[in-house]
Design a protein around this ligand. Sequence first.
Ligand code: URA
Ligand code: SF4
Length: 195
Amino acid sequence: MDLLLEVEKEIKQLSQDVTGCKKCDLWKTRKNPVVGNGSLNASVMFIGEAPGYHEDIQGIPFVGRAGKVFDELLQSIGLEKNEVYVCNTLKCRPPDNRNPFDSEIKACTPYLDRQITAIKPKVIGTLGNFATSYVLEKFGLQAEKIGKIHGKTFHIRNLLFESRIIPLYHPAAATYNPNMKSVLMDDFKAIALHL
Ligand code: URA
Ligand code: SF4
């Protein structure tokens, strides 16, 4: 079968699985699951933390305040949201945007693993501490706090694919710290190097 069709089929199945998922308690309080959005053919995949208020209402990642900053960052390296793939570590919104629990990350990340395996991005931008530690540790690398490793490039390779992981500050950080935007812009340039 055509490779892209296979990816489409898997992501559609994944979407159904997430919609019916009750593996942690977050399904009880969410309005909509936020599976992921963008191109299934994308070279770049961004992974955030979890849906916030607006994402929960619309069922789409990064459509709120942090999403506006994220769009600007993408544009700064000549990318549009519809040519990358965007998703989160957790697919359902934690109440009051509290941090994810370890148990929730454990329950939910098999979905993220399936997204990474299906899309096989050349570059993975992890946004914030939660996505960064999960993804680096998944590939057997040691995660450090985002303040220490943001903008670095980690080359990973396994039987299925080869990729670069680039830890980034979460765009929400730039909504309360104006200096953060220029740091993020600088770090985003590392992504463009691998396209
Ligand atoms: N913050 C995230 O981590 N993800 C979103 O989708 C929105 C805000
Ligand atoms: Fe399932 Fe993930 Fe939602 Fe928990 S957050 S209910 S594991 S989809």
